[in-house]
Design a protein around this ligand. Structure first.
Ligand code: SF4
Length: 413
C-alpha cells in the first residue's frame, strides 16, 4: 500500500507523524506525492477554527480526486462532527493502531479509534524528516484547564514518558547524525509531575550525553515553570542547551489571566522573563488578542507588557472559540477588533525585533548549521537560538561567524 502523510499543528504533532510513518514504513511504501497514494493520512490540528477549516478543505480535495483519507491527530476528538465523513479517524492516543486502520480502510471499511492519551511514545519506530533537527516528545497532555484550549480534550491529562526512554531516543537521533534535539510536549515544565521527575532532572540526563549537539526545550506554561525556574536557569550553564525559553503569557491583564484559568500573574511572568533575558537568550511568548472581555484598557496592558519585556519572538493569536471549551460560551467580539489589535502588536514587535537583533552586529558567534536556506544560503542557530543566514557551511557543522546585518526576525553573517 502507498501512504501519504500531511501534518498540521505543533512540533508534538510532527513527532506523532514521524512515529506513524515509522510504523507504516515497515510494511508499506511512504510516498511524498498525494496523487500516487492509496490512502492519505492527514495528521490534523484543531487549535483554532482557521486550521480546522484548512484540514476539512484538504480532506474534501483529496476525496474528490478519489483518495481514501484517514484523519489522525487532535481534530477528531475536538470536533468529531467536522471530520466524520473521513474514511478513518485516529486520536493522538491511538497512533500505534495506524497499521490496522490502513488495512481496514483499504478493504473499504471505516476505522475509528479515539482513545485518550495512554501511549508511551518513546522508543517507538520513527521515520524522521531529513535535516539536522530531531523532534523528541517528553510528555503528552497537561495539568492545566485553560478556558480557551481544546487541546486537553484531544490529548488529555499529563503523561510523562520514561526518562530512560527519552534519553534513548535522544542518543539514537544523535547516532543517526541529528545535531539539534527539540524536546517537545504540550507543557515541557510539567514534565514528571506525575512521576516524581522534573524537567531540569531530565535535561541534565540529556546534557550529560557525550558529543557535540544542541537541545531546544519547547513551550512551557508559566504556572508550571515557576516552581522549577531556578533549577531550569542552572541548566542554561550547559552550552548544549540553547538559551531559549518559550513562555506564553497570553495577556498582560491579570483579570483576563484569571478568566483564562492560567493560574499565574503578569508579575510572575515578568519576573521569569526578565531573569531569563539577563542570560542573553531568545525569549518567545504568545498572546491571545480579542479574548472575551478584553477591552481597550486590557489590550493596552498587554501592549505595555510587550514593550517592557521585549520578547525576541512574539506569536499572536486572534481568539477563536473552540467547541466544548468554557471560553466558547463567553461573548465573542467582532473580528475587526482582533485584527486591529493583532496589527498593532505585530508592528510593535517588528520594531523591537529589529532593535534587539541590531545589538548582535559586529559580534562573533558559534553557530550550528541546521537547514538549507534560499538562494544557496544556509540557516544556522547561535547558542542563544538566534537564526543566522550564512553563505557557506554544511549541515551539522559548528562554525564561528561574524554578524554583519540584522532584520527583525533573523541575523546575517
Ligand atoms: S496539540 Fe494543539 S497545536 Fe498541537 S496539533 Fe493538537 S490542537 Fe494543534
Amino acid at each position: 500500500m502507498r501512504v501519504y502523510f500531511e501534518t498540521y499543528g505543533c512540533t508534538m504533532n510532527q513527532g506523532d507523524t514521524e512515529i506513524m510513518r515509522g510504523i507504516v514504513a515497515r510494511e508499506h511504501e511512504v510516498v511524498n506525492d498525494p496523487k500516487k497514494c492509496d490512502v492519505a493520512v492527514i495528521n490534523s490540528c484543531g487549535v483554532v477554527q482557521h486550521t480546522e477549516n484548512k484540514v476539512i478543505k484538504r480532506q474534501r480535495k483529496l476525496q474528490e480526486i478519489g483518495k481514501k483519507v484517514l484523519i489522525a491527530g487532535c481534530l477528531p476528538r475536538i470536533n468529531f462532527s467536522a471530520v466524520q465523513n473521513a474514511d478513518g479517524l485516529l486520536s493522538p492516543g491511538s497512533i500505534d493502531l495506524i497499521g490496522e486502520a490502513l488495512e481496514s480502510i483499504s478493504r473499504g471499511n471505516k476505522f475509528t479509534s479515539l482513545m485518550a492519551t495512554r501511549l508511551e511514545k518513546t522508543c517507538m519506530p520513527r521515520h524522521r524528516a531529513g535535516g539536522m533537527v530531531a523532534v523528541v516528545p517528553i510528555s503528552e497532555g497537561c495539568l492545566g484547564r485553560c478556558s480557551y484550549c481544546a487541546t486537553k480534550k484531544a490529548r488529555g491529562g499529563l503523561k510523562s514518558f520514561e526518562p530512560l526512554g527519552v534519553v534513548k531516543d535522544v542518543k539514537e537521533a544523535l547516532e543517526k547524525g541529528y545535531r539539534e534535539i527539540q524536546l517537545t510536549a504540550q507543557d515541557t515544565a510539567a514534565y514528571g509531575a506525575d512521576s516524581g521527575e522534573t524537567l531540569p532532572d531530565l535535561l541534565w540526563r540529556i546534557l550529560e550525553i557525550e558529543g557535540e549537539f544542541r537541545v531546544r526545550v519547547g513551550m512551557m506554561n508559566p504556572e508550571t515553570a515557576f516552581p522549577i525556574f531556578k533549577n531550569l536557569m542552572d541548566c542554561f550553564s550547559s552550552e548544549k542547551l540553547y538559551t531559549f525559553l518559550h513562555l506564553p503569557v497570553q495577556s498582560g491583564d491579570d483579570s483576563l489571566l484569571e478568566s483564562m484559568n492560567r493560574n499565574y500573574t503578569v508579575k510572575d511572568f515578568a519576573w521569569m522573563a526578565k531573569a531569563f533575558k539577563k542570560l542573553g537568550g531568545t525569549l518567545s511568548t504568545d498572546v491571545i488578542v480579542g479574548y472575551p472581555g478584553e477591552d481597550e484598557e486590557s489590550f493596552l496592558m498587554t501592549y505595555r507588557l510587550i514593550e517592557d519585556i521585549r520578547p525576541d519572538i512574539l506569536n499572536i493569536k486572534r481568539f477563536s472559540p473552540r467547541p466544548g471549551t468554557k471560553a466558547a460560551k463567553l461573548k465573542d467580539m467582532p473580528d475587526r477588533y482582533k485584527k486591529e489589535r493583532s496589527r498593532k502588536l505585530t508592528k510593535l514587535h517588528s520594531i523591537i525585533g529589529l532593535e534587539e537583533n541590531k545589538k548582535f552586529i559586529g559580534e562573533d558567534h558559534m553557530v550550528l548549521v541546521t537547514e538549507k536556506g534560499k538562494k544557496g544560503t544556509m540557516l544556522s542557530r547561535t547558542n542563544s537560538y538566534k537564526q543566522v543566514v550564512i553563505n557557506e557551511g554544511f549541515l551539522g557543522e559548528f562554525k564561528r561567524v561574524k554578524i554583519r546585518e540584522a532584520t527583525s526576525t533573523y541575523l546575517v553573517a
